[in-house]
Design a protein. Structure first.
Length: 164
């Protein structure tokens, strides 16, 4: 991105992406200019009820922030059936591991209601870290905090399921 791109007006799609960011607490601490930078590196998508965001085993290269709606995370069991392991609503993130480890998706995600997500691709994240390291570090810290909370919640659920 050229330095002059930093000062150009956001296009219509970027403006809508920024508007969606403003509805999420995750982005509250970002300055206005930082939100513009993020909007230039992200997209949004509308997912219909019953539509898959991604499927277990797919190659992952993006993470999503849930703006509106309800997503269900499904994990295939050894017997071949699927179990719901999480339900995600506004403010949740999904797919964070894919921009870090490049491994296939570990679960499937389906929309149980019409859903809007903000999307940060691996390429967008890499450009963001190269061009705007301070903004990307702030975002990464927020994502890490959410991952940590998810891991704590998962650990508690697992402990409740273990035999005594």
């Amino acid at each position: 991105m050229k330095s002059t791109d930093l000062y150009r007006e956001l296009n219509e799609h970027e403006e809508k992406t920024r508007d969606y960011m403003l509805t999420l607490a995750l982005f509250d601490a970002f300055k206005s200019e930082d939100l513009d930078i993020l909007a230039r590196h992200m997209n949004y998508s509308e997912i219909l009820r019953g539509e898959y965001l991604f499927t277990e085993g797919d190659q992952g290269d993006y993470l999503c922030f849930v703006v509106r709606g309800l997503l269900e995370v499904l994990k295939k069991t050894a017997q071949g059936d699927y179990r719901t392991i999480a339900r995600l609503g506004k403010g949740s993130t999904i797919g964070e591991m894919s921009i870090i480890d490049k491994a296939p998706r570990s679960a499937s995600v389906i929309a149980r209601q019409p859903t809007i997500v903000l999307i940060l691709t691996k390429k967008g994240f890499d450009l963001l870290t190269d061009r705007h390291p301070a903004v990307s570090i702030t975002l990464l810290k927020k994502i890490m905090r959410l991952l940590s909370l998810n891991m704590r919640r998962t650990s508690s659920k697992l402990a409740d399921q273990l035999p005594t």
